[in-house]
Ligand binder design. Structure first.
Ligand code: UAG
Ligand code: ATP
Ligand code: API
Ligand code: MG
Length: 498
């Protein structure tokens, strides 16, 4: 694409060192990815100032630079803009030919449930015979092809390029997780969402957002940025959780159509007469397009919310109600979310990604409702270099529901694991708990101690197949470690019996 054509997208940008039009072969914000013909965008980030890398980018082949100031001794055209992040989103959208406008794009935000809801939505459209794709914490998935992701929501260049590649592969519907970090950093500027979903708002990420009010505002950006043309062909919808107080504010922030879902308060898409069991959940659905009985393998009230929000997406996309209900019935699970580890042991071992006070409470409440008598072992830690204030709250939740809480390390990152554990303990002074900093030893302990009627929950890392200690990523998978522990226990039992 020609530089002039791209420049036309940036209103009132100044250009220095411009001699003649040049061709732009790629747009990048990271020097690692620069090749001949790149337009390099300098971003002032949290760790680095990308303007420092402009000369290196030119050495690697960059033919033009976007910056917020003149960079001395740079001999390529420099496009000066006030906000390079905004310019990046605008240029990426233009360079990849406005791909999100050609897709049915569903964005899911909220503290907990984004990965779960985006997977249910993806499956629903797949069942409705659409070619689907997914972007989120676990991966970017196009059909059955899975690509690794660095962030839950990628930067605007990666995102627009990904949409473009998806269109080349025939994708029609994309379900994506939209993190609060992404919204604040403008990673999703330029995304033309058709539906924006809100799951819930509870405490997390206060290391980044500082206050719950700021965190709430961050999530609200998704709804504020939904298109506001009331086109008959492609109306825009905000799908809001009628049982979460934040929805009231989001409903005022958006000019799109609003559809609510809920259990406890009246909502457009409502679950009634919910019946929970260890093998699944059923409920009666009331919706603007009719009633139905919904059956699912998923368990817990929180999953009813996840399902209701996905159903609301199906409804606004005008999928037939029977297709929606069929897709919920055939949806199995998301890796690392309430995942049962089956090694032939006589008690359930559950690996779950709960890493916030609210998600931990939801999962433990669900576990407790399965059996009031069971001893519950919970192995849990808190991530380092993340919200410190959630640590005592998570510990308190663990002690409120579990008979045997074992505090251990999650991803300590650059923090001292003992300091993280100490922060947790502040929430449970005087309440019984065990501290085993080594996660493997903690998992082994829970599994070796547990008996027939007990339940073991290993929380916080879910699908993660690594543990970050310092700056190093070590192989570590809760599911594999739990299986090894189960095998060791069973072998020991057999030996003792013979
Ligand atoms: C704090 C934070 O969110 N940082 C994100 C941010 O990085 P940044 O802009 O601050 O980048 P930086 O490292 O300071 O570098 C500045 C600029 O210099 C460039 N650079 C840097 C070094 C170099 O050698 N060459 C070079 O060109 C960089 O590419 C960048 O353009 O923008 C990057 C691109 O979008 C993100 O990858 C990065 O996520 C980091 C890795 C991260 O850990 N983020 C987490 C907190 C996060 O975003 N999590 C949410 C999920 C949370 C949840 O809901 O659970 C997510 O969406 O992933
Ligand atoms: N609707 C919900 N409400 C509360 N907790 C939930 C809900 N859905 C899932 N959870 C819990 O939260 C954990 C994380 O769920 P999920 O991965 O779907 O959320 P997420 O929003 O994508 O999280 P992240 O921001 O870390 O990517 C699950 O393992 C489960 O314990
Ligand atoms: N997206 C979340 C994931 C947390 C998962 C937990 N295992 C941890 O490392 O804290 C974050 O980056 O805060
Ligand atoms: Mg997620």
């Amino acid at each position: 694409m020609e530089l002039q054509a791209l420049l036309a997208r940036l209103q009132f940008a100044k250009v220095v060192n411009y001699k003649e039009d040049i061709n732009i072969d790629s747009i990048e914000q990271d020097t690692q990815k620069v090749t001949d013909g790149t337009l390099f965008i300098c971003i002032e980030g949290d760790k680095f100032d990308g303007h420092q890398f402009a000369h290196e980018a030119v050495k690697k082949g960059a033919v033009a630079i976007v910056a917020n100031r003149v960079i001395p001794k740079l001999n390529v055209p420099t496009i000066l803009v006030r906000d390079t992040k905004r310019a990046m989103a605008i240029l990426a959208d233009a360079f990849y030919q406005h791909p999100s406008q050609q897709l049915f794009l569903v964005g899911v935000t909220g503290t907990n449930g984004k990965t779960s809801v985006s997977h249910i939505v993806d499956h629903m459209f797949h069942v409705a015979n659409k070619k689907t794709a997914l972007i989120g914490t676990l991966y970017t998935k196009i059909g059955n092809q899975k690509l690794e992701t660095k962030n839950t929501t990628p930067d605007s260049i990666t995102l627009q390029k990904t949409f473009h590649d998806m269109i080349q592969k025939g994708v029609e519907v994309v379900s994506m997780e939209v993190s609060s970090h992404a919204l604040v950093q403008g990673r999703t500027w330029g995304c033309d969402y058709d539906v924006a979903v809100f799951t819930n708002l509870t405490q997390d990420h206060l290391d980044y957002h500082k206050t719950m009010e700021e965190y709430k505002k961050a999530k609200g950006l998704l709804f504020a940025q939904l298109g506001n043309r009331y086109s008959e062909k492609q109306p825009k919808f905000a799908v809001l959780n009628g049982d979460d107080p934040a929805s009231e504010e989001y409903s005022r922030m958006t000019s799109a159509h609003v559809i609510t879902y809920g259990i406890d308060h009246p909502a457009d898409v409502q679950a009634k007469n919910i019946r929970f069991s260890a093998s699944g959940t059923t409920f009666e659905l009331e919706s603007p397009v009719g009633r139905a009985v919904v059956e699912t393998n998923l368990i817990g009230k929180f999953n009813v919310y996840n399902i209701l929000s996905a159903i609301a997406v199906g409804i606004v996309a005008k999928l037939p109600l029977n297709t929606i209900v069929d897709s919920i019935r055939s949806f199995h699970s998301v890796p690392g979310r309430f995942e049962l580890v089956k090694g032939g042991q006589s008690f359930p071992v559950i690996v779950d990604y709960a890493h916030t006070p609210d998600s931990l409470e939801n999962v433990l409440q669900t576990v407790k409702s399965l059996s009031e008598e069971a001893n519950i072992y919970v192995v849990v830690g808190c991530g380092g270099d993340r919200d410190r204030t959630k640590r005592p709250l998570m510990a308190k939740v663990a002690c409120s529901y579990a008979t045997h809480p074992i505090f251990t390390s999650d991803n300590p990152r650059t923090e001292d694991p003992m300091q993280i554990l100490n922060d947790m303990v502040q929430g449970v002074m005087g309440l019984p708990h065990e501290i085993i900093p080594d996660r493997k030893k903690a998992i082994y302990r829970a599994i070796h101690e547990a008996n027939d009627e007990d339940i073991v929950v290993i929380a916080g890392k879910g699908h993660e197949d690594y543990q970050i200690i310092g700056e190093t990523k070590y192989d570590f998978d809760d599911r594999k470690v739990a299986l090894e522990a189960i095998r060791e226990k069973l072998t020991k039992e057999i030996k003792e019996q013979s």
